[in-house]
Design a protein around this ligand. Sequence first.
Ligand SMILES: Cc1cc2nc3c(=O)[nH]c(=O)nc-3n(C[C@H](O)[C@H](O)[C@H](O)COP(=O)(O)OP(=O)(O)OC[C@H]3O[C@@H](n4cnc5c(N)ncnc54)[C@H](O)[C@@H]3O)c2cc1C
Length: 381
Amino acid sequence: MAQAERLETDVAVIGGGAVGLAIAHQLAQDGAEVVLAEANAHFGDETSGRNNQVIHAGFLYPPGSLKAALCKPGRDALFAWCADRGVPHRLAPKLIPATGAGVAALVALQAQGAAAGVTDLDLLDRAALARLEPAMQADAALLSPSTGIVDAAALVASLRDAAEAAGAMLVPAASALGGEIGGARHRVRIRSADGSLADLSCRWLINAAGLGAAPLARALHGFPAAHVPPIHFARGQFAAHRGQVPFRHLVVPLGAVLEAGGALSFDPSGQVRFGPDTCFVADRDYRLTDDVPAPQIDAIRQWWPGLDASRLAPDFAGIRPRVTGPGQPPGDWRIDGPEAHGVPGLIHLFGIDTPGLTACLTLARHVAACVLAPQPNGVPA
Ligand SMILES: Cc1cc2nc3c(=O)[nH]c(=O)nc-3n(C[C@H](O)[C@H](O)[C@H](O)COP(=O)(O)OP(=O)(O)OC[C@H]3O[C@@H](n4cnc5c(N)ncnc54)[C@H](O)[C@@H]3O)c2cc1C
């Protein structure tokens, strides 16, 4: 049997997406010794590199949820981070169009936003909307002026550099296979790309493995399986649009039109995309359909009848880990620490779907506050 190398650290973070890197940075900056293991050769290649790159303003999430609590401050923190570190980003105001009975949902969203501290939402009637976006067909729209866009790859690179500068050790091509949980220290078995094995001993284990978080939790001996929630894979495919569109705003419809891929976004380079649609899959599968699905074209035409579908082509797909399945609204994030599962020194991040990119810095502060909280004997953990 292969002999495993032994390594020791205060905190082991598993997963080098935006969230794991932000956690490694925050904890290293707060003085902890941190080792981060990422399965891929490059950081941020999974969900953090396959998304809309929208900096959400924070009004779409139910009051009392972690998403509502962390998105708006996360948005503010991310704008400041990007400005300080030269990460390409900018304001990109968003419109949420609605027709008929759907207009009532806009009023409710405006109130929900106010409760979350998003007080700049403007409800536009048909005439005001026509002045702003003449090619859009809707009875009304909610305008969010403080939504933005960010270059996700540049953001991940900035988090990686900041984590390393703060003293965290980042190890790419290192898969966490499982481990032993319990006692004063946990042990995580890590396999490198060359097949060599190492046992990483840590006082705190942070499972930020995204789509891999639930399988990793199940592979930790001593962790009660009953505490691992079912995680659903909500795959979303994007369609790229060749050439310009007659819109200056991001467009995010609600309900079935959104689910079918009817949202419009553009990235900091100006590339226009529609989507993602939502289709639940059993495994990580990024393969594209040959053509843009007809329901997506129909969804876009709900609010843009003038779409020339010949300009669309399948672009890329990403997968959102979700705590809820088909037919249910996206649930809340689960950050399960010792108070949730009873195991000291262990935090799982489950179902970190949208707006996890926006809130990566506040998710990191939330986790770090749990790790660094004074223990009952008065000393930091
Ligand atoms: C289609 C789509 C659109 C989205 N749009 C937006 C948006 O516009 N705005 C927004 O804020 N959010 C958006 N999101 C959500 C956002 O992308 C995620 O919430 C965020 O990227 C999650 O980051 P993460 O670090 O938790 O996960 P990931 O980026 O997936 O990182 C987890 C990492 O863990 C690694 N890993 C897994 N298992 C192991 C293991 N056993 N050992 C070691 N490493 C492991 C993986 O390789 C991966 O790199 C979108 C997501 C999707 C899919």
